[in-house]
Design a protein around this ligand. Sequence first.
Ligand SMILES: Cc1ncc(COP(=O)(O)O)c(C=O)c1O
Length: 335
Amino acid sequence: MVRSGIDGVFVVNTVAGPDKLAALAVLASDADVMVAVDDADNAARIAAAAREAGSIIGVLVELDTGMDRAGVDTTEEAVALAAKLVELEGVNLLGLTGYEGHCSLTPERELRHKREQKAMSFLVETAEALRSAGLPCPIVSAAGTATWEWTASFPGITESQAGSYVVMDNFHGAMVPEFEHAITVVTTVISRPPDRVIVDAGNKSMGAPALASIVGRDDLPNFRFDEEHGIFAAAREAGLRVGDVVELVPGYAPGTINPEAAVPERDHPLRETGGSRTESHRRPGHPIRAKTPTRMPDAVLDHASGLMRPGCRDVCGYRWRGRRPAVLVAVSSTG
Ligand SMILES: Cc1ncc(COP(=O)(O)O)c(C=O)c1O
């Protein structure tokens, strides 16, 4: 992304290990790079890598807002870690990150909203605690596709890190139907028993295959996925013959897009629009068919449009500066 001209990248994860930290530090020489931190010793290693590379790495304290994944658990721990970070040469404390991923795992809308509000209250209160302790906290980042609208409008949240909405999938689509599906996996029927259609894309080709569906064929239930076989129930009268090409809506897009193919612009699955087939040069497998990716609804885009980098087709994250968001991460560049 940085090579393609994206000059602000938030690695929304904790990063460890000498090689990865060295790479992060070198990247930070060419772009504004931020990373999540939940461990003081590792933060010291991040700072050392940055000093070695002559760069500054932006750091956000990660708070576990209920997902039971990475992040410190309490406001007190967040303040204590932040106090250590401001003492380190090579890193720049920029605030808090607190992805409410447990809400994305809550299909029921009312309960999801309730959990999201609780998580964001915790995050914003912790941001206030940092500020009260005299620590900088200009950025408070959260949100996934399943909670994007609530979290983006939650007072005190400055940045959305929602991502899947850009291309969508059946997992997110069941909770958030307002985004258009922009990605499919192109497959071929390889066997046609009387009651089944079998395509040549299995578990290896897709995230959450049990949720995959055939485009335009909601009448064909997903039966089972094996490594190299995607199996749908289909009576003979349902049509489809060996050799027919069918497109699948993935169960889970983030587990479907090969990151190695997705990042270099040459191979980017979103590089071509209008449903044209794109092939990865890096990994054999199924081509991903991608049309112009989903955009945030107008309310958000109106703010953002004037600030999009030239050549950028869409963005998958926004950073608010006051009331105006600037592009955080672009998923595609035509430049
Ligand atoms: C830390 C973090 N932030 C943001 C997201 C984006 O969530 P979504 O893909 O639901 O938009 C994810 C997704 O896994 C994540 O792990």
